[in-house]
Design a protein. Sequence first.
Length: 146
Amino acid sequence: MLNIDSIQNGLVIDHIKAGAGMRIYQLAGLDRLDCCVAIIRNARSGKYGQKDIIKIESVIDLDLEVLGYLDPNVTVDVIQNGEIVEKKKLDRPKRLVNIIRCRNPRCITSVEEEIDHIFHLSANGKYRCAYCEQEENRNPEGKKHR
């Protein structure tokens, strides 16, 4: 069995859908950190079969909305002195600002570059542009909807 050392102080992003760890790493900006970051892919999980885990050897300010959008089943554990001191469960955010972009060429966001890209979670579970009501045409994993 692969042994990854536990961290003394930092964050553990756990219960990531297997194979989605690298996307979360990039979209959450973890590639820009100068601390140690470990990505564990396809770890065994009693609940999910397999999962990805990201360990960050520093307590940083993570954008939990981005994480909740990408994978609402993710948990974020805050580690201090080798112990979990807080476990954050995420939800899909009701509102996203500048996380996804509207693809409608007639939307005001296509013309006015300074305008924030704002999406609201609709009753059908999809995100819609606040300006033109265009439904998001991608899911968080980056695959196009069919």
